[in-house]
Each structure stands twice: as C-alpha cells, then as structure tokens.
Design a binder for this molecule. Structure first.
Ligand SMILES: [Fe+2]
Ligand SMILES: [Fe+2]
Ligand SMILES: [Fe+2]
Length: 394
C-alpha cells in the first residue's frame, strides 16, 4: 500500500509527546518542533534533501525509546543517567527499524551527549555526528520555549540561555548555526507541517508487505513496552490478525491495512496515565472511564493522519459491539465492517489468553467458549469466532 513515513511519524509523534509529558510538562508539539528546528539548522548548513528528511524523522521519533524505560526496568530511575542511556538505546533501535533507505546511525543515540563529555555516553563534541548535536539543541529550545525547565522563556532569554549552555552542554557549532538559521520559535503545528512538507522530498511511495509488517510490529512494541516489560498484547494481535487475513485470502493491501490496524488499535494507551494503565488492583469507576478513553485517543491520533481512514475505523472500533452496546461511538452491526469486527474479535481473544493483574490466562477452549456466549448475546460476529476457533487451536 502507499504510505508516507513522514505523515505517519508526524501524526504518531503526538502520542509520543503525551508519554513524555507524563514526566515533564511539554508542549503537544515537542517532537514536531524539535524536527523543525533541527531541519532549519540543516538547511542553513546546506544539507541535501535526503539528509534533511532523516533529520526530520529523527526529530519526530527522538523520544520513542521512552515507553521502554517508563514501562520497563528503568521507571524508578527517571532523571538518572542510567535511565537516559536505556531510553536512548531503545530510541536508536526504534529509529533503525524504520523503513528508510540507509537510516543514519547515532542520530538518536547521541542526541543528548554534552559538549564537555558529561552526557550519557561520555562523548565530547566532535565525537558524535554533528546532526545529533543539532537535535540536542533543537529539543532543548523546544523545552525552554515550553517552560519545561523553568518558566516559559522569550526569544532573548532563550538566546541568553543558549550562550550559557554553549560549550559545556551544547555543541558551540550548533549554537552558532541555530542563530544563523533563525527558526520561528513560536511555530505551531500547521506551520511546521507545511514548512517541512515543502522542503522535504515527497516520501509517498508503495511499501512492501515486509515494510508494513516491520513498521506495524515496531509501533506495536512501542505500545506494549509502556504496558510493562512482559506485555506482548499488540504484537500478538498484529501476528494473529495477519494469520486471519491470510486465512481469508484477502488481497495484499487489505492484509496490510489490517496489520496496521491491529498494531495501532491500542495506540491511545500511550495517553493513559501510567498509574491507571498499569494499576495492579481493580480500577475505580473513574479510572475505568479514563481507561476506556484509550480508544478515543487512538481515533483522534489516527484520524489526523491522511491516508489512514479505513485503518482508523478498523483500529478504533475494537471495543464496539454489534448490538450497539460497545464504546466509544456505540456503533452497531451495519456500521461495523468485517475488518473492524475481526480486530475486535482478535482483541478479545488475545486479552482472554493473557494473564492480567486481576485474572489468570484462559485456555484456547475457554476463551472460545466465552466468545461464543458473547456472539450469542449479539455482541460479536459468530462467524469470526468459529474461524478463530479453528485457526488458533494450534
Ligand atoms: Fe525530547
Ligand atoms: Fe483496547
Ligand atoms: Fe487491545
């Protein structure tokens, strides 16, 4: 299917910003601003389009490793060098998985190194790619401008601050370049998107099935990681939905759309506060409401990415019921197309098969039994339940 990686990451970066903002107050466009500032610097340095493109993607994805440290081992170590290193390694791994030709290594990994060598990996200016230094400066300005470290700073104050950080923290060359590039500090979402679209190469192209699969698993993993180190929910759904689509002998493009829909169905969980998302005990009424909002967030985020209309519907209807008693839109049978019903059924099946804090995992047989009862009650599609029974028995 035809996709634009830039469009995808541009939209998905909003979800990642939310994750980061759980730890620090950030503007909703932190990743976008980082990408824009870095690209402006790249332009000023005379970088070719292809390199600007990678810089933009690295800016949009630079914080993607955070879900692993938040949901995983490093949660308690927030703010330490160890956590930062862990997060940067995860981010680098994510970036290198993106379907781009020759992804440039170390852009993400070293984007928090300090000029004096006191950063996570102990490299001094000149010992990491200069673009990584630009990303560091770009993300720092985005934070300063948002009032992350202290109050929101105005232009002159930011300039003063950059002079102060020059050398010790930031690459002196990067600071000079930033002043020459003169990006619009107050640039917003629409401006940034138009700006980047105009100067970056058009990356709308046909993706291979392997690329769609790899990207889907990458995004599924990012969501899973936030739900805990042992969570494989979204990845398993991606795998199972692929099996089901093959079983139905769907054409390639439908298989690919289903794969993405399965991978991204719980994307909105990135927006749910960790205490609710990973609460070991039962949720209060209020928390249940909050938790249920994850499908709405999935919808809002995906709906803004052009070219994903069907995927958005299939992904965000996974808690709907055929009898209209599901959520969030209370859609009913005739509004729920077969692929949306498939995602819903695979989600239920997978959830039943997983152990959760409040329940043990179910066997294949008892999961199917429960689903048959749901089908009888008019909630889910009985045909799909029959097919899952055969297909997932092994
Ligand atoms: Fe950041
Ligand atoms: Fe869900
Ligand atoms: Fe789910």
């Amino acid at each position: 299917m035809k996709l634009s990686l830039f469009e995808l990451l541009y939209g998905l970066s909003e979800a990642l910003d939310h994750v980061e903002s759980e730890w620090h107050p950030l503007p909703k466009v932190h990743a976008k601003k980082t990408a824009y500032f870095a690209v402006r610097m790249g332009e000023c340095a005379g970088l070719k389009k292809e390199k600007l493109y990678q810089l933009a993607l690295a800016g949009l994805f630079h914080d993607s490793g955070i879900t692993r440290s938040q949901g995983g081992l490093c949660r308690e170590k927030e703010g330490t060098k160890e956590e930062l290193k862990f997060r940067l390694l995860a981010g680098e791994e994510n970036f290198m998985q993106l379907p781009i030709r020759n992804p440039k290594p170390h852009l993400v990994l070293f984007h928090r190194e300090r000029g004096d060598g006191s950063g996570a990996f102990g490299r001094k200016a000149g010992e990491y790619p200069r673009e990584a230094g630009w990303l560091h400066l770009a993300e720092r300005v985005s934070r300063l401008e948002a009032g992350w470290d202290e109050k929101t700073l105005r232009k002159e104050e930011i300039e003063r601050k950059l002079q102060e950080l020059k050398g010790r923290v930031l690459d002196p060359g990067a600071v000079e370049l930033f002043f020459r590039a003169e990006p619009r500090l107050e640039a917003g979402d629409l401006f940034i998107k138009e700006y980047l679209r105009k100067i970056l190469p058009d990356d709308h192209r046909e993706w291979t099935e392997e690329e769609v699969g790899r990207f889907s698993l990458l995004m599924a993993r990012i969501v899973d990681e936030r739900c805990g180190p042992s969570c494989v929910h979204s990845r398993e759904i991606t795998r199972r939905i692929q099996l089901l689509a093959e079983y139905y002998q769907y054409p390639e493009v439908i298989r690919e759309k289903l794969c993405l829909a399965g991978a991204l169905h719980d994307l909105g969980k990135l927006v749910i506060p960790l205490e609710v998302l990973n609460k070991p005990g039962t949720l209060s009424e209020q928390e249940v409401k909050e938790m249920r909002n994850h499908v709405l967030y999935t919808y809002y985020i995906l709906n803004r990415i052009s070219g994903l209309q069907e995927i958005t519907m299939w992904a965000s209807a996974h808690h709907e019921k055929l009898n209209g008693k599901g959520y969030p839109f209370h859609l009913s049978g005739e509004q729920l197309f077969y692929p949306a019903r498939m995602v819903a059924c695979v989600d239920i099946y997978q959830a039943l098969r997983e152990p959760r804090a409040y329940k043990a995992e179910k066997s294949h047989e008892s999961a199917v039994q429960i689903m048959k009862e749901m089908a009888q009650a008019g909630e889910i599609d009985p045909m799909i339940v029959d097919d899952l029974e055969k297909l997932f028995r092994r």
